[in-house]
Design a protein around this ligand. Structure first.
Ligand code: FES
Ligand code: MG
Length: 577
């Protein structure tokens, strides 16, 4: 995709600022109203600082402060920094789900970069979807790019014990439903879970994606775990500002870093971190923008045998601040160096192996050694069978080992509303061996593939002390969640997948070691049910939701829009006047 002829023509910003005509006058003159001097138009690279700051996205609320440090670095290295806002996706507030808008934000990022005099870009991101959205957009333009993440919040602490973003909301919620925690206590805990700026401080999707940026080679070493409020977060922002200027001189485009080897490294790292299942769809979508051959099955083939080294929530007990003190992502990358493509090039201009050689693990309670890991064979497993012809995923490190091979009768919910209405019904025909099945919560069905795949355990079972059950859906789950949860079933029910054909009482066999998920109903009966199936009709007649439902691809293709696959490169569009 890289247009190398562009490199020979010099910086693309010259087609704005290098002109001695009325266009050049306009481009320079209006920018001068910000106080920029002639020096800034002398041919130095222009660095876009793509900022997903928003008051509506508290996880990214401090990114304007980080932008100042990036700017200092850009100036120090002789570049011209220009910060611009893009659509921000706040996981906590956005309804029906921030994931619905990931592709929208990626289009914003792509268009904003290409339409403007930008030679290199720093992506300031944090909350879950902001990282993949920005990388997808930047990949479709393919200029030199560095990711700077906002970093995780400080550890939560309540009544003397460590509490983690998301993970403990789920635990507390179940405790209230089980009757072991009062609603009053629950509400009191809300003041203690988010003690500083930054993103969720469990190994949820935000921390997973920030860490995987190191594994992909698109962020400086340390990016994943430095706390949001630590001075070293400012320092790495400054360094990124300096480094992006050099990358523009070197012509080190994103496509030179995001190679097949880089994605392979990220899959291995995700397993070692006990990272989020959401990384599956995000990395598939990013690879799709670059034309890198990378598939759902690569996740299983490359990652499922890799052990998890981290004792972090949701799989374990510690939090990102502990991880940072224990050595952070570089220490993990060094520990698993034998499993990585060490020669993969990174934004430092050095290889993955060179970046992390010598990084030390300082605390074996948090980062365990490769030969005595926290969990063996922990990477994401990809299941197939007549229930998921195009695949489904499960995160064994967050599951109950005894449930990984299980047969049980389906208890079917036809929608998220149906689930909410009936899950705590005392008459629900459910026991601990049942399989909870949720339909119509995938990309088209919800729409936006909501994070509700980790369905609540029925209250009457919680009171019996049941804490986990097999749950199966076309939805996603929060990276902070846990349980024996089969997700991303493809094709989804709303796209006519066999998940839509499951009925109460059907027997389902899950065999994670055997990688299968099978609905024990004969083909003739399934055909009969299919003939009766009403086709999915989206309630959205217009707007972005209409575009989404009409064009979104299935989970095994990364949930991108069909027309966004690939890139259009960094061409300079025609004049505006
Ligand atoms: Fe924003 Fe978790 S809600 S990172
Ligand atoms: Mg999330």
């Amino acid at each position: 995709m890289a247009d190398d002829s562009r490199d020979k023509k010099g910086f693309r910003s010259r087609e704005w600022f290098g002109r001695q005509d009325s266009y050049g006058f306009i481009y320079r003159s209006w920018l001068r109203n910000q106080g920029h001097t002639a020096e800034m138009f002398d041919g130095r690279p222009v660095i876009g600082i793509c900022n997903s700051w928003s008051d509506l996205n508290p996880c990214n609320g401090h990114l304007r402060e980080l932008a100042e440090h990036v700017k200092r670095g850009v100036y120090a290295a002789g570049g011209f920094p220009l910060e611009f806002p893009v659509t921000s996706l706040g996981e906590a507030l956005m309804r029906p789900t921030a994931m619905l808008f990931r592709n929208l934000a990626s289009m914003d990022v792509e268009a904003s970069i290409r339409a403007n005099p930008i030679d290199g870009v720093v992506l300031l991101v944090g909350c879950d979807k902001t990282t993949p959205a920005a990388l997808m957009g930047a990949a479709s333009v393919d200029i030199p790019t560095i990711v700077v993440s906002g970093g995780p919040m400080l550890s939560g602490s309540w009544e003397g014990r460590r509490i983690g973003s998301g993970t403990d909301v789920i635990r507390f919620k179940e405790a209230v439903r089980a009757g072991t925690m009062s609603l009053q206590e629950f509400m009191a805990a809300e003041t203690a879970m988010s003690p500083s700026t930054g993103s969720c401080m469990t190994m949820g999707t935000a921390s997973t994606m920030a860490s995987l940026c190191e594994g992909l080679g698109v962020a400086l070493p340390g990016n994943g775990a430095i706390p949001a409020v630590d001075a070293r977060r400012h320092a790495i922002s400054f360094e990124a500002g300096k480094r992006i200027v050099a990358m523009t001189h070197e012509g080190l485009r994103l496509s030179k870093i995001l190679t097949r080897e880089a994605f392979e490294n990220a899959v291995v790292l995700n397993a070692a971190l006990g990272g989020s299942t959401n990384a599956v769809v995000h990395l598939l979508a990013i690879a799709g923008r670059l034309g890198v051959p990378f598939s759902l099955d690569d996740w299983d083939r490359l990652g499922s045998h890799v052990p998890c080294l981290l004792n972090l929530m949701p799989s374990g007990e510690y939090l990102m601040e502990d991880f940072f003190r224990a050595g952070g992502v570089p220490a993990v990358l060094n520990e698993i160096a034998s499993l990585l493509n060490g020669n993969a090039l990174t934004v430092t201009g050095r290889t993955q192996a060179e970046n992390n050689a010598g990084a030390v693990r300082h605390d074996e309670r948090v980062i365990l050694p490769l030969d005595k890991p926290f969990r063996a064979k922990a990477g994401i497993a990809v299941l197939r069978g007549n229930l998921a012809p195009s695949g489904a995923v499960i995160k064994p490190s967050a599951a109950t080992p005894e449930l990984l091979v299980h047969r049980g009768r389906a208890v079917v919910f036809t929608s998220a509303d149906d689930l909410k209405a009936r899950i705590d019904d005392p008459d629900l025909p459910v026991d601990k061996d049942s399989m909870l099945v949720l339909q119509n919560c995938g990309p088209r069905g919800y729409p936006g593939m909501a994070e509700i795949g980790n369905m609540p355990i029925p209250a009457k079972l919680l009171r019996e002390g049941i804490t986990d059950m097999v749950r199966i859906s076309d939805a996603r789950m929060s990276g902070t969640a846990f349980g024996t949860v089969v997700l991303h079933v493809a094709p989804e029910a709303a796209a006519g997948g066999p998940l839509a054909l499951v009925r109460d009482g059907d027997m389902i066999a899950l065999d994670v070691p055997g990688r299968s998920i099978h609905l024990e109903v004969d083909d003739a009966e399934l055909e009969r049910r299919r003939a009766e199936l009403k086709p999915f009709v989206s309630p959205y007649g217009r707007g972005y939701e209409r575009l989404y439902v009409d064009h979104v691809m299935q989970a095994d293709s990364g949930v991108d829009f069909d027309f966004l696959v690939g890139g259009s490169g960094d061409y300079v569009p025609r004049e505006s006047h």
